[in-house]
Design a protein around this ligand. Structure first.
Ligand SMILES: Nc1ncnc2c1ncn2[C@@H]1O[C@H](COP(=O)(O)OP(=O)(O)OP(=O)(O)O)[C@@H](O)[C@H]1O
Ligand SMILES: [Mg+2]
Length: 1047
């Protein structure tokens, strides 16, 4: 079925460590099998497949392969794609269930300590984590997970084989809805090893819960239960002499269990009842009996008994009576028959066992109630069967008989299911095949369970037979009935050699898994599991609700004798078989790697020859494993798997995987898949005897054929991968380039868009502004309104800005002022005035006193000549000096004569004499009182200011000046005619010094002069090309001036 799926994956990974699937081993010998197992185990690879069957070897150490990451890895992945793992099997079962909507079970088998319970927990955890869930379902999930610690506390114990050995069989259904959610669960329990409550072999313990309560129970609780915190105090805990075990932390476990009880909905009252029962069992174990003179059991004021009666809520006296007397009902009378001490002990132990056993069943029922899914919609289930493994002890009793019988039944089931499915497949596919020879253990099952003839029937008969049936009479009956059965031997029946290995009270069964010798002692009692009626009735009155419930429902039909333990067990196994047969099977075979519970690596001892055996037994104990491989039927299973055809696969799947190997099928086969496969294998050169074509599948006989195909596929895959890689790289590069280009175009478009939008905004803004500008312009003349306010502001600002850069630089510049817009006319005028005032102010402030004096002089000049004399304008720019003749330049003799008059100013002049107007260069010196005409050392003429009656100049550009002098003074020589280059300076100074400004006249055309008293002449002025001065024919002095340049 699923088996083929994993093979290709195993093939691809087969180079790793060993081979991941035994089906692909070249040889199917036990040696090859063990060697592969060892190879993998030494690398901590504890899982290997045989098809879909998972072989698991107990590593006895924590491996880092159960974390959530691993769970994720295996989730929904094909079986063959990853290395073997319990999660792969769990996942495959789950997905097949979902896909086919049918029920499944996972059978976990292996001997005690091989790891069955651990495996079942791993599977449960996997489902808890990986299945879809809701908050509501989480609580169901928690209950399923938490049922484990509770059931382990009450049903597991330390044995010689396993510190946490399950002492009951457990089948747990996990129910899934159509969505694959885990919605509920149900547990079936099988045959709890009750004898352990009252007796433990050396090195073994009672059930964990006793130690957990004594070690971990809170002070109050212990006090309430009348317990002491000392395991040694209790007979039921000390027989094995190992109450404390290093690998078990009872205190911690106590906490876990208490919490787990809450999770599975056991309330406080029931929890108290539960611990009351556990405590009363311990007290019961300490109940001792004395004997009276007749050897009858006696009990006097036993405090332990009082605790039991107290805790169970039963009458102490009746309890005491029940433990020391048997009530016999003879017709209507009841007779009390006293017990011997042995009997009393038997009755006590029977009560303890019954109480514990019933409580265990009660617990399972309560857990079931808490996990129950009441929704009636259809569900599918995955069952987990974790049932006690095949057991062989030094002394084997009734329990081992039952356990090993159970293993025979499961082996039978396995054979039927495996062979059936294999055979059905060949039939369905129309394939011929030769059945494989294997040992069918039906013969042993029959030996045990056959009606009227089987061991159980004979045992029951002995138990029910009136008279003094004993374990030995049972053995004799067996010998009678089974005398010549090939799988049954006793001391009596055995040949000489075998007899040596058997005691007289033993019988030996040749189980499929090996021989087991059972000691018949206790078989009848254990099978009867008798509880005296008076005790049972008493328990039905118990105030402890659990006890009352358990004992009331024990045997509903009071009149019929209860079924014996073996028969009950047989029927429960039959029911189990029915349950399992209706489901699809998955197998996990657990192997114990060594007897000493040692992990694989013990490097410390590696080089110590004395301890070498520890190394061997501590790791991979080959003999032990060989034995398990044998009795678990692994080799047979392997052979069955390989018998006909090692490999089968649906045509579609085969073609899908291998089609690249043939040009005709690659990349697509268009026809029917079966034809495609035919073409493909022809191309690969399969020989006719190497394969068969079924209806829907191809069957390949030898693994090597598949190897070759797979190897070819691997090579081809690489080539394909390279080609694909190259193509893909090209494709990717192209794609990348295209993407980049697209991106560039996109960016460009976007950018253009952005630009365009910006431009548009700008234009819109501009239009608005321009419109506003125009409106503003048009209404500029109006008073300020909204339309023109901005424009006017702009005009104003603009004008002011321009004005700022174009201001007149000097006071004289009257032209530069910018003409203002009409709104600013007034402001501009104000500004202009301000500016000029400012410039004037600046100018005035910058003038020195000298310059001021000079300017004052110039002002006088201006008032005298401005607009009157043509040469005036040119003179304005020429500064006046203090004097044109310094004192040194005056002849000392002349100077001598005038010094005391304070010389104020001197200037060279040309004097025209009165007789003929001859020009003579002279110095003209102005003093405080007079003007002197000096020729070298001679003062030629002295004109007292008092006599100076007038001063005339022409209006032209010449430098002529005429002093009109009063001629009353005889000394005066008449008017003085001179020509001076610095006329304005000279006349201004004179005007000031002599206070004569009012006598200075500007005359046009001609100036009359008095040459002598009474004799007149004139100076005539005219203009010409060249300046000339000459005596004209009329006797006047003619002065020709050049025309003034017009500015
Ligand atoms: N996968 C595993 N990884 C690590 N340790 C393991 C694993 N399986 C088993 N063990 C160890 O082996 C011990 C025994 O395993 P477990 O209790 O599952 O055996 P079992 O087959 O259920 O035995 P029994 O039949 O006695 O109940 C565990 O307590 C644990 O220490
Ligand atoms: Mg177990």
């Amino acid at each position: 079925m699923q088996g083929q799926l994993d093979m290709e994956g195993a093939l691809t990974a087969r180079d790793r460590v060993g081979i991941q699937d035994f089906v692909l081993l070249d040889e199917t010998t036990e040696a090859a099998f063990l060697s592969n197992l060892n190879k993998r185990f030494s690398k901590d690879l504890i899982y290997t497949y045989i098809g879909t069957l998972l072989v698991s070897v107990n590593p006895y150490k924590e491996l880092d392969v159960y974390n959530n990451k691993q769970m994720d890895l295996y989730m929904g992945v094909n079986f063959f794609e990853l290395p073997p793992h319990i999660y792969a099997l769990a996942d495959n079962a789950y997905h097949t269930m979902l896909a086919e909507f049918n029920n499944h079970f996972i059978l976990i088998s292996g001997e005690s300590g091989a790891g069955k319970t651990e495996a079942s927990k791993k599977i449960l955890q996997y489902y808890a984590v990986s299945c879809p869930s809701t908050a509501l379902l989480n609580t169901v999930r928690d209950k399923m997970l938490m049922s484990n610690p509770v059931l382990e506390a009450f049903g597991n114990a330390k044995t010689l084989k396993n510190d946490n050995s399950s002492r009951f069989g457990k089948y747990m259904d996990i129910q899934f809805d159509s969505e694959g959610e885990a919605v509920g669960g149900h547990i079936l329990n099988y045959l709890l090893e009750k004898s352990r409550v009252v007796h433990q072999n050396h090195g073994e313990r009672n059930f964990h819960i006793f130690y957990q309560l004594v070690q971990g129970g809170e002070e109050d609780l212990l006090h309430q239960l009348g317990l002491e915190r000392d395991c040694q105090h209790y007979n039921y805990l000390t027989q094995g002499e190992c109450a404390i075990v290093a690998s078990i932390n009872d205190k911690d476990e106590w906490k876990t269990v208490k919490n787990a009880l809450q999770v599975v909905n056991i309330d406080e009252i029931n929890t108290n009842h539960l611990f009351g029962i556990v405590a009363s069992v311990l007290h019961l174990g300490n109940v001792q009996f004395d004997s009276d003179s007749k050897g009858h059991a006696l009990m006097n004021n036993n405090p332990e008994l009082r605790w039991v009666s107290n805790l169970l809520g039963v009458d102490a006296h009746t309890l005491q009576e029940g433990l020391t007397y048997r009530k016999i009902e003879a017709q209507k009378d009841q007779v009390l028959s006293p017990f011997t001490i042995d009997h009393a002990i038997y009755a006590r132990d029977a009560l303890a066992k019954a109480m514990y056993g019933q409580t265990f069943t009660w617990l399972v029922n309560r857990i079931n109630e808490s996990m129950e899914n009441k929704d009636s919609s259809r569900k599918t289930v995955i069952g987990l069967l974790d049932i006690y493994g095949f057991e062989v002890f030094y002394v084997n009793s009734f329990e081992q008989f039952c356990i090993n019988y159970c293993n025979e039944k499961l082996q039978q089931l396995f054979i039927q299911l495996t062979l059936k499915s294999e055979q059905e497949e060949y039939e369905a596919e129309d394939i011929e095949w030769e059945p494989v020879q294997f040992f069918n253990n039906k013969i042993i099952c029959d030996l045990v369970e056959e009606k009227h003839r089987g061991i159980i029937s004979i045992l029951d008969e002995e138990c029910l037979r009136p008279g003094d049936a004993t374990d030995l009479t049972f053995l004799e009956r067996l010998e009678d009935k089974m005398g010549n059965h090939p799988h049954f031997v006793t001391h009596k029946l055995a040949d000489k050699m075998t007899r040596k290995t058997l005691e007289r009270g033993d019988f030996r069964l040749l189980h499929y898994a090996g021989e087991v010798t059972y000691c018949v002692v206790g078989f009848l009692d254990k099978n009867n599991d008798l509880l005296y009626r008076n005790i049972k009735d008493l328990m039905c009155q118990s105030k402890n609700a659990i006890v009352r419930e358990c004992f009331s429902t024990m045997d509903p039909d009071n009149r019929r004798r209860p079924e014996t333990v073996a028969t009950q067990f047989k029927s429960s196994l039959l029911k189990l078989t029915e349950i399992l047969m209706a489901k699809e099977a998955w197998y996990i075979r657990c192997l114990k790697s060594n007897e000493s519970k040692q992990p694989g690596t013990m490097k410390l001892f590696e080089f110590d020859p004395c301890l070498a055996h520890i190394l061997l037994t501590g790791q991979f104990d080959e003999a032990l494993i060989r034995h398990q491989v044998k009795y678990l039927g692994l080799m047979e299973h392997l052979r069955v798997r390989r018998a006909g055809f090692a490999y089968r696969r649906k045509y579609e799947d085969f073609l899908k995987r291998y089609k690249p190997l043939c040009p005709a099928t690659w990349p697509h086969w268009r026809g029917v898949p079966a034809d495609g496969v035919e073409v493909l294998i022809q191309h690969l050169g399969y020989l006719p005897n190497e394969y068969k074509m079924g209806r829907t599948k191809i069957f390949i006989r030898h693994p090597r054929t598949l190897y070759a195909t797979e190897d070819a596929y691997e090579r081809c895959k690489h080539e394909l991968a390279t080609r694909l890689q190259a193509k893909y790289k090209g494709y990717k590069a192209k794609g990348e380039f295209r993407k980049q280009k697209e991106a560039a175009t996109k960016i460009e478009t976007c950018w253009r868009g952005v630009q365009a939008r910006k431009e548009r905004e700008k234009r819109a803004w501009a239009v608005k502004v321009i419109k506003q500008f125009i409106k503003g312009y048009m209404t500029r003349g109006q008073a300020k309104i909204t339309d023109n306010s901005e424009y006017l502001a702009f005009v104003r600002q603009n004008y002011l800005n321009r004005l700022k850069d174009n201001l007149p630089k000097t006071v004289l510049d009257k032209t530069t002022w910018l003409s203002p817009p009409s709104v600013l006319t007034e402001a501009s005028e104000i500004l202009r005035k301000l500016h000029y005032r400012l410039m004037v102010r600046k100018y005035v402030r910058g003038i020195s006193t000298q310059r001021k004096a000079q300017l004052q002089m110039k002002l006088i000049t201006s008032s005298l000549f401005k607009g009157k004399k043509d040469s005036y304008p040119q003179s304005v720019a020429q500064p006046f000096v203090d004097s044109r003749i310094s004192e040194q330049d005056i002849n000392p003799r002349a100077l001598q004569m005038i010094r005391n008059e304070h010389i104020k100013y001197g200037v060279p002049v040309v004097k025209y004499n009165r007789n003929g107007f001859k020009p003579r260069p002279r110095q003209l010196i102005l003093t405080q009182a007079a003007a002197y005409v000096i020729d070298e050392a001679k003062i030629k003429q002295r004109v007292l200011y008092a006599f100076l009656k007038g001063i005339s100049v022409s209006n032209l550009t010449d430098g002529m000046v005429v002093f009109h002098i009063t001629c009353e003074d005889p000394k005066q020589k008449g008017d003085l005619v001179m020509q001076c280059d610095h006329l304005f300076e000279f006349l201004t100074k004179l005007g000031v010094i002599a206070n004569k400004q009012n006598v200075i006249k500007v005359v046009q055309g001609s100036i009359k002069i008095e040459i002598q008293a009474g004799k007149e002449s004139a100076v005539d002025f005219g203009t010409g090309q060249e300046p000339m001065v000459y005596k004209a024919k009329n006797g006047h002095l003619m002065v020709v001036a050049t025309r003034a340049r017009t500015r």
